[in-house]
Design a protein around this ligand. Structure first.
Ligand code: COD
Ligand code: ZN
Ligand code: ZN
Length: 375
């Protein structure tokens, strides 16, 4: 009944930096060719959304509708959309997969050229927006904009998932869970019996631990300055716990000693360049692999003795855990439905969508791992 028509609904609009989001009535235009209009069912709150609210991302255009970690149901599709129909369950993708660019064609990359992560055009691929509020156009955010009852996305930026998927859980596959889990299973390719160190035990770090465990790691060393984080880390499979505050020497020395010459895999899940170097040093000199997941401040640089990698260490990074989103997120949903891993404990808070600003307060206070809003 709504197909082809403008939908009026509620959305959390970010009018300008450094102010709470504002729940407004907006108009959502119908999807154009190769676009999909989605009724959002559940959406998580991520630190990257908060960075935009705080005005920390240069190039972002306001007003915009944030949100990029969600699941929903297709309401209608534009001309030429063949792989989805109304009623299908879907996850919007902050990184699209066009299937045609150099990255999409390369088996080792997932960073499709059509992404809007650095340019922040705030538009869909045809360079226009589907949102208006009070007569003004409102920007999209990385092609997802899930802090809305309805959104429109490009068809290369949405994955159709299994009809049995619980949307209030798999919404985390849009960002945090996939980022952490994939960094372990795809980027590091953790081997059974190996030793892993995970620096930073937020929602993403805990997801790394889930990935290490699923891949069969026998020892998972959890590192955090906040010892309160260790209980959850243990729940997800960590076997050893280190608080750098308890030691008066560099943490890489402690790890190297604990593991007889270093860990097989280290993950930096904080965004601190000092920790990135410690992670690298804590890996085995001949074959250790370090994965950087945390986003460091834009002016930060790392320097280290090149001998560290000359001897065989590998340093790499990943966005969205290296998953080719349109192909791999549906498989991840199926793996979850087949009980290959568990991640329920990541969601510490659930709120109705209208209480979205309370969700951001929980994030600021450090009280939540993940807050999921039910739309
Ligand atoms: N040593 C040890 N632990 C530390 C240190 C330190 N020096 N500093 C902070 N910590 C701990 C904190 O106590 C906290 O427990 C943890 O590190 C960080 O947790 P959160 O809750 O702040 O972080 P997450 O898990 O929600 O997210 C972490 C990221 C680093 C992944 C995230 O902030 C980020 O940088 N994202 C951008 C990268 C990305 O790919 N994002 C996906 C698209 S949005
Ligand atoms: Zn995110
Ligand atoms: Zn592409």
């Amino acid at each position: 009944a709504t197909a082809g028509k403008v939908i009026k609904c509620k959305a959390a609009v970010c009018w300008a930096p450094k102010q709470p989001l504002s729940i407004e009535e907006i108009e959502v235009a119908p999807p154009k060719a190769h676009e999909v209009r989605i009724k959002i069912v559940a959406t998580g709150i991520c630190r990257s959304d908060d960075h935009v609210i705080e005005g920390e991302i240069s190039g972002i255009k306001y007003p915009l509708i944030l949100g990029h970690e969600a699941a929903g149901i297709v309401e209608s599709v534009g001309e030429g959309v063949t792989d989805m129909k109304p009623g299908d369950k879907v996850i919007p993708l902050g990184i699209p997969q066009c299937g045609k660019c150099k990255c999409c064609l390369n088996p080792y990359s997932n960073l499709c050229y059509k992404n809007d992560l650095e340019k922040y055009s705030g538009m869909l691929l045809d360079n226009t927006s589907r949102f208006t509020c009070k007569g003004k156009p409102v920007h999209h955010f990385i092609g997802t904009s899930t802090f809305s009852e309805y959104t429109v996305v490009d068809d290369i930026a949405v994955a159709k998932i299994h009809q049995d998927a619980p949307l209030d859980k798999v919404c985390l596959f849009g960002c945090s869970f996939s980022t952490g889990y994939g960094s372990a299973v795809n980027t590091a390719k953790v081997k059974p019996g190996s030793t892993c160190a995970v620096f930073g035990l937020g929602g993403v770090g805990l997801s790394v631990i889930i990935g290490c465990k699923a891949a069969g790691a026998s020892r998972i060393i959890a590192v955090d300055l906040n010892s309160d984080k260790f209980a959850k880390a243990k729940e997800f499979g960590a076997t050893d716990f280190i608080n750098p505050k308890d030691y008066d020497r560099p943490i890489d020395e402690v790890l190297t000693e604990m593991t007889e010459d270093g860990v097989d895999y280290a993950f930096e899940v904080i965004g601190n360049t000092g920790v990135m170097t410690s992670a690298l040093k804590s890996t085995h000199f001949g074959y250790g692999k370090t994965v950087i997941i945390g986003l460091a401040p834009s002016t930060a640089t790392i320097s280290f003795d090149p001998m560290l990698i000359l001897t065989g260490r590998v340093l790499t990074g990943a966005i969205l855990g290296g998953f080719k989103p349109k192909d791999d997120i549906p498989k991840l949903v199926s793996d979850y439905l087949n009980k290959k891993f568990e991640f329920d404990g990541l969601v510490t808070h659930r709120l109705p969508f209208m209480k979205i600003n309370e969700g951001f307060e929980l994030l600021h206070k450090g009280d939540s791992i993940r807050t999921v809003l039910t739309v």
